[in-house]
Design a protein around this ligand. Structure first.
Ligand SMILES: [Mg+2]
Length: 210
């Protein structure tokens, strides 16, 4: 089977949601340490709603599925995470327009478009202790590899997420804490790690040829 089908994309969403529900308290605790404590609640509500929407709708194209995922997050999630994830997924969806399947180059381009959306919307760069610190190395890795490498991909995302612990926040609410933001993982980077590790697991488990 070549490329990610709509069924695979739905499984990606479900798997990400399962990790978010399982780690809801952990995400809340992380955001309580350096933010306003709403990341666990917002992500769990938004991804639950997205699963409900996508599992009850038939999609002709992957672009349409990704768009609904994005729009659900944009409309149902408050705080910073809904607009950020929503924007990233909407950019991904737009890059998939008129494409028959999500092959390796379109997956790479889609995630890169998502990263560009995050940078634009959040006005953040690498090293600011935000989701960009996971998305950016993930995009670089995808562009360097000739084909999808699930183990390497997961490892890159995990290392990138862990690196945010020692960073001083420059963007987001955590930036008010200055040096005191050091020593805490960035909550958005942790949820981004759930998103990307879930993608790698679906590709591996379903034997997707990418
Ligand atoms: Mg928050």
């Amino acid at each position: 089977m070549m490329g990610l089908t709509n069924e695979h994309l739905a499984k990606w969403l479900e798997k990400t949601n399962a990790k978010i529900q399982e780690n809801k308290t952990f995400l809340t605790n992380l955001d309580q340490a350096i933010g306003d404590g709403d990341h666990g609640i917002n992500m769990s509500r938004g991804f639950d709603e997205a699963v409900k929407k996508i599992s009850s709708t038939e999609y002709k194209t992957s672009s349409d599925l990704l768009k609904d995922w994005a729009m659900t997050l944009l409309s149902k999630v408050g705080g910073a995470s809904g607009p950020l994830y929503g924007t990233a997924l909407l950019k991904f969806s737009m890059s998939m327009k008129d494409k028959e399947e999500v092959d390796y180059s379109s997956l790479t381009a889609g995630i890169e478009e998502g990263l560009n959306g995050l940078i634009q919307r959040g006005q953040a760069q690498e090293g600011h202790k935000t989701m960009v610190d996971v998305w950016s190395p993930v995009v670089t890795f995808l562009k360097e590899q000739p084909a999808f490498n699930p183990e390497g991909f997961k490892e890159i995302a995990k290392e990138a997420m862990e690196k945010t612990k020692d960073m001083k926040a420059i963007k987001g609410r955590a930036a008010y804490l200055k040096e005191r933001s050091i020593g805490h993982l960035d909550p958005g980077s942790v949820s981004s790690y759930y998103l990307f590790s879930s993608l790698a697991e679906v590709i591996e488990e379903e034997g997707v040829g990418l």
